[in-house]
Design a protein around this ligand. Structure first.
Ligand code: HEM
Length: 318
């Protein structure tokens, strides 16, 4: 007996792309005619009167914005820009009279300096013959060159002052205490780097002021303990004018072309990069340490009045 053959499915006639598109369109047209869809269209047109109800709005802002604390928190947390801020803060901690806004102003100045610094780089060559010529060109010929240079220069002076003031306010409000010790230490490094940014920028115009400032500064470095050839225990540590910290800073034993190039690279690349990373850590720690320290929360005058009248009404009701 011959074995039974398994049943073969009937071969389908191939459907072309044009047919499939036509069928699909027919189905879509039928769907549009249904009542449910007509209602949807009507609702969408009605929603246009209130943009927050449209599908487009909902696809961008994924949570409702009601004036409730929960909704407000969600609004902050689900927004890429706003989520950098805490969803809730102590009102009194952000009072201008408490922080003086000094940390924020310092950060703002850092941004201004980065921006103007990048623009200055378009006009500046860190080489002995060219650097000072570039400064003269900026001052006298480049449109708004003088403004650009002075924004950078005054911004730098201001940043040094505001960083000190910020540190001063942190001391006055005792904000260096537990749990903020680590952020204080990060701040100390930031202050040092801010001063180093200022110092390395000093030499770049390659004028008399910068030359002598760097001469004095690096001469001080050669007197540092262990690392400078004239400092305490320097000789014992094997330091000479040709291998000590001054030599490393200048890229030689005199203030010359190598010193200019080293200042430029520290000033424009290395220190700003380190500062940017540390600022991220600094801000992150402010959040993780429970937000800006702040005084004990107090009531607003209006809240006191409202609470007072509630108490009076309560007493009258008894
Ligand atoms: C580049 C320099 C700096 C920037 C841009 C910066 C920025 C900030 C900002 C925006 C805040 C939030 C509170 C506020 O605005 O006062 C803050 C908080 C803080 N900063 Fe700085 N800071 C810098 C340097 C320093 C220095 C030099 C110190 C101290 C040595 C320091 C220690 C602190 C501490 C401890 C807090 C927490 C304060 C609190 O919770 O009340 N920062 N910083």
């Amino acid at each position: 007996m011959e074995p039974e053959k398994p049943e073969q499915p009937e071969p389908k006639t191939p459907v072309g792309l044009a047919t499939r598109v036509r069928e699909g369109m027919k189905e879509d047209l039928e769907a549009i005619k249904t009542k449910a869809n007509k209602d949807n269209v009507k609702a969408e047109i009605e929603n246009l009167k209130d943009p927050t109800k449209t599908q487009l709005y909902k696809s961008i802002f994924r949570v409702k914005h009601e004036p409730t604390p929960r909704s407000r928190s969600l609004g902050v947390l689900t927004n890429v820009f706003l989520h950098l801020h805490p969803a809730k803060i102590n009102r009194d901690a952000v009072r201008f009279s408490y922080t003086w806004g000094m940390g924020g102003i310092t950060f703002y100045l850092f941004i201004v300096l980065t921006f103007t610094g990048i623009l200055l780089m378009f006009y500046y060559h860190p080489s002995k013959g060219q650097a000072y010529q570039d400064i003269l060109y900026l001052e006298n010929d480049v449109p708004f060159g003088k403004l650009l240079r002075n924004m950078h220069r005054w911004g730098a002076h201001l940043m040094v002052i505001t960083t000190w003031l910020h540190m001063f306010r942190v001391v006055l409000t005792g904000s260096y205490k537990t749990p903020r010790e680590f952020n204080w230490a990060v701040g100390v490094v930031l202050l040092t780097l801010t001063l180093l940014l200022s110092f390395t920028g000093y030499l770049l115009p390659d004028d008399q002021l910068g030359f002598w400032a760097v001469t004095v500064g690096t001469n001080m470095a050669k007197a540092s303990p262990m690392l400078g050839n004239e400092g305490p225990f320097g000789a014992q540590a094997g330091m000479t004018p040709y291998n000590d910290v001054r030599f490393a800073l200048l890229g030689g034993s005199i203030v010359d072309a190598n010193a200019l190039l080293r200042s430029y690279i520290w000033h424009c690349i290395a220190i700003p990069t380190i500062v940017s990373v540390l600022l991220a850590v600094h801000f992150w720690r402010v959040r993780k340490d429970g937000g800006i320290s702040g005084p004990a929360p107090v009531m607003l005058e209006s809240e006191m009045r409202a609470a007072g009248s509630r108490a009076v009404k309560g007493a009258a009701g008894k």
